[in-house]
Every structure is written in C-alpha cells, then in structure tokens.
Ligand binder design. Structure first.
Ligand code: SAH
Length: 215
C-alpha cells in the first residue's frame, strides 16, 4: 500500500520550500484533495510526483505545482463564482473548491464528453458536486448563462484571450490563462481596467492546446 497522505504532505512541503505555495488557503486545499482519486489506477503510483500525467484523449492532468501556482494567482476565497475551462480529471476544480472552503461555485466546462463524465464521477465520489458543476461544450465561448464570473481559470493554451471569456469576467475579476506565443506559451494574469484587458505575464508554461473558435 502506498502511503498517499504522507506523499501528499511531502509534496506540499516541497512546493512551500520552492515558494509556489504561499498561502495557508492553497496549502490546505492541496492537502485536502487526494490527487490519486482523479487518476486511472495505473497512474496512481505517480500521484505525488510533481509532473503532469497523460490521461485519456491525449489530454493531461496538470502538474501539482501548476495547480497550486494558478490557485495562488486566482486569489480564491469563499463565496466566489469561478469558471474553469478544461475540466480534464476534475482535480483542479476540486482544489479550487477547497481553496474557497467549499463555499461558492466552480463551473467547469470540458470539450470531451468522456472526460466530463470521468471528472463528474471523480468529483461525485469525493462529495464535490454541490460546489463544482461540470458542463460539456466549447469553453472558449465561456458559459454565458452563468456569467459574470469573479474568477476564470483556463487550463488549455489559447492563441489569444478569448473575447467571450473577457466579456464574462466581472469588472474586478481575475483570469489566469496560458497563451500561445511564437515559440512558447506564457501564463498571464488578466484583469479588466475600464473594460480594457490588462495582461501581466507570469512564467513560461506548457499546456495542451485549447480547441478555439471565435464564432
Ligand atoms: N484542469 C484539468 C487538466 C486540464 S487539461 C485537471 O485538473 O485535470 C486541458 C483540458 O482542456 C483537456 O481535458 C481538454 O480536453 C480541455 N479543452 C481543450 N479545449 C477546450 C475547450 N475549447 N473547451 C473546453 N475544454 C477544452
């Protein structure tokens, strides 16, 4: 038997030492969510390696440091309305829910119905479905019925900030999004200043590509 709880604690301590986890809120969230429960059984052994892992449909679950870093940048707190584009396994949505003390709502949208179902099952068995709502569709268009959002988390790289996502971000909201540049991808924190996007680059990253359309 693998001692997942100890492995999780060790990983969280390492991310604190590296300066990735900076707040008690994100530390508690990373300690609360069992990443192994979001992985197919043959990958569980690697649940607390700080690396992305390939899941179904050629998609990946992000590395723990990326999940923690994006949660820190989002400045999550109880009561917020959060949109995640790219549900994947549902792990990151669960970490967001914990960082909000399970108070508030995470709307998460996934392109592949098979992955949306997989994520829903993972989230259901851990009791997250009251806080996290999974949708199937093209998240580059956002989720207009539930807008505006206080926070938008994008976990696939887009060629530019999707205009519909910017529209659906509240005026004092925060979006964290990887953008494809010529030879690389850059993680940005996007805020709105008088309706105009303000983009702060954070670091180089490597995400799967977002399915993207502007129609
Ligand atoms: N956050 C996930 C990892 C996401 S990987 C986790 O914690 O496991 C990126 C995901 O974005 C993939 O599942 C991919 O299918 C999805 N995706 C790509 N383009 C998308 C789009 N336009 N709308 C919704 N999901 C999309």
């Amino acid at each position: 038997m693998i001692d997942f709880a100890s492995a999780r604690r060790r990983l969280v301590n390492m991310l604190k030492d590296e300066g990735i986890i900076r707040s008690d809120r994100v530390e508690r969230a990373m300690l609360s969510v069992p990443r192994e429960e979001f992985l197919p059984s043959y990958l569980r052994l690697y649940a607390y390696e700080d690396t992305p892992l390939e899941i179904m449909y050629g998609q990946t679950i992000s590395a723990p440091h990326m999940v923690a870093m994006m949660c820190e940048l989002l400045d999550l707190r109880p009561g917020l309305r959060v949109l995640e584009v790219g549900t994947g396994t549902g792990y990151h949505a669960a970490v967001c829910a914990e960082a909000m003390e399970r108070k508030g709502t995470v709307y998460t949208i996934e392109y592949y119905p098979g992955l949306a179902l997989y994520a829903t099952q993972n989230l259901a068995k851990l009791g997250y479905l009251g806080v996290v709502h999974v949708f199937i569709g093209d998240g580059s268009k956002g989720l207009p019925r539930y807008a505006p959002f206080d926070r938008i988390l994008v976990t696939a790289a887009a060629p530019r900030v999707p205009p519909k996502l910017l529209e659906q971000l509240s005026s004092d909201g925060i979006m964290v999004i990887p953008i494809e540049e010529r030879f690389t991808q850059v993680l940005y924190v996007v805020t709105k200043e008088d309706g105009v996007p303000h983009m702060r680059p954070v670091t180089y990253v490597s995400f799967v590509k977002m399915r993207y359309s502007e129609e």
